[in-house]
Design a binder for this molecule. Structure first.
Ligand code: NAD
Ligand code: WQD
Length: 344
């Protein structure tokens, strides 16, 4: 049997680049597309160094139906993992149109193209953001859904669109994967998260403080209803997350149907706990200031990951110390991200 051929949209992004390796390790082949809106072509060189076959990559935009058609004409794609999206929560509030056009428009164009080419298996990058302000912890998949930002709305619309499609057309199958807080990097230190400008998320901010690019971390809120007053999240190693995609694809390719699952560890970790774990892993002090809450943030958000284990046999295996050690290896080997190599 030939190895399944999987299209990754947003293929050179943070999570997709790690997933590329995990899929090949699981015996799948990859076709990748990205428009480089938030990633560098140098990722491909790093993937090649790690042994990946990047020969089927091409620069393309998921909103470009003609370009997508050509990809499907050239390659007999068995399933798609749709990562391509804009993901900055604050920016989405300032630029809602860009977010809806890219994230919702891109998904519709992709699904229509898949329909035309009779490729009807998709893994969708959803997010814990669809739980809004969680009602109960740990969060189960049957919790109420709501959103607090245009970014979150694009993910919930994507989920609703897929649910409607699955109802209308039983020949489709979809895995809706709700990621919690992905951090960490490939253990080689060759690929990792490389945000443009000031990082929005905690871990890349911490690693940039550690490497001396920023003077101190601002801890957003120390009066939350949590053990130490700082926000609690479910940080998840990107390698575990990548392996979750391989498991979801195997499920779809085996014809087992559709599913919606949380991908998280189930452990709540506070900002200050993460900072201390990072200090231990890196041996670097992380100076910080306690400042006001960030608008829109919730006290605590962590998964009940049991359904993913039950359906996919998947479970996060790497702990917070490994997440910090691998984030630090990536940042210290690449203090300026991919740009450190040749500019981008
Ligand atoms: P990323 O920005 O590193 O990757 C997304 C990739 O998609 C980038 O390489 C970007 O250039 C590409 N892209 C964007 N719009 C495109 C378009 N129109 N056509 C082609 N390529 C396009 O982000 P990531 O953290 O790897 O996230 C991947 C997916 O996971 C996204 O859908 C994101 O919303 C979702 N997600 C991320 C997180 C997180 O915290 N990182 C959490 C939950 C869900
Ligand atoms: C984590 C904790 C902050 C930065 C976001 C999106 C979510 C999903 C994952 C895509 C919070 C605190 C942060 C800083 C801080 N993405 N913090 N100082 O907000 O849980 O989730 O990324 O789908 O949709 O909202 O992640 O890393 O931004 O914040 O104190 O400089 O760190 O307040 O408690 P968040 P985060």
């Amino acid at each position: 049997m030939t190895a399944p051929l999987i299209l990754l949209t947003g293929a050179t992004g943070y999570i997709a680049s790690h997933t590329w390796l995990a899929l090949e390790a699981a015996g799948m082949r990859v076709v990748g597309i990205d428009n480089f809106a938030n990633s560098s072509a140098l990722v491909l060189e790093r993937l090649r160094q790690l042994g990946a076959d990047v020969s089927r990559f091409e620069q393309a935009d998921v909103r470009d139906a003609g370009a997508l058609d050509r990809v499907f004409e050239r390659h007999p794609i068995d399933a798609v993992v749709h990562f391509a999206a804009l993901k900055a929560v604050g920016e989405s509030t300032a630029q809602p149109l860009a977010y809806y056009a890219n994230n919702v428009g891109g998904l519709i164009t992709l699904l229509e193209t898949m329909q035309r080419h009779a490729c009807r298996r998709i893994v969708f990058s959803s997010s814990a953001t669809v739980y809004g302000k969680p009602e109960r912890l740990p969060i189960r998949e049957d919790s109420a859904l709501s959103t607090t930002s245009p970014y979150g709305a694009t993910k919930l619309i994507g989920e609703n669109l897929l649910r409607d499609l699955l109802k209308a057309e039983p020949s489709w199958s979809a895995a809706l994967l709700r990621y919690f807080n992905p951090v960490g990097a490939h253990e080689s230190g060759l690929i990792g998260e490389d945000p443009r400008g000031t990082p929005n998320n905690l871990m890349p901010y911490v690693t940039q403080v550690a490497v001396g690019k920023r003077p101190a971390l601002q801890v957003f809120g120390s009066d939350y209803d949590t053990p130490d007053g700082t926000g609690v999240r479910d940080y998840l190693h990107v390698q575990d997350l990548a392996e979750g995609h391989a498991a979801a694809l195997s499920y779809l390719l085996a014809g087992k149907g559709s599913l919606t699952v949380n991908l998280g560890t189930g452990n709540g970790v506070s900002v200050l706990e993460l900072v201390r774990a990072f200090e231990r892993a890196s041996g670097r002090p992380i100076p910080y200031q306690l400042v006001a809450r960030r608008p829109g943030d919730v006290d605590s958000c962590y998964a009940d990951p049991s359904l993913a284990h039950e359906l996919l046999g998947w479970r996060a295996r790497r702990d917070v110390d490994a997440m910090c050690a691998d984030s630090w290896r990536w940042q210290s080997m690449n203090p300026n991200g991919y740009a450190g190599e040749a500019g981008r």
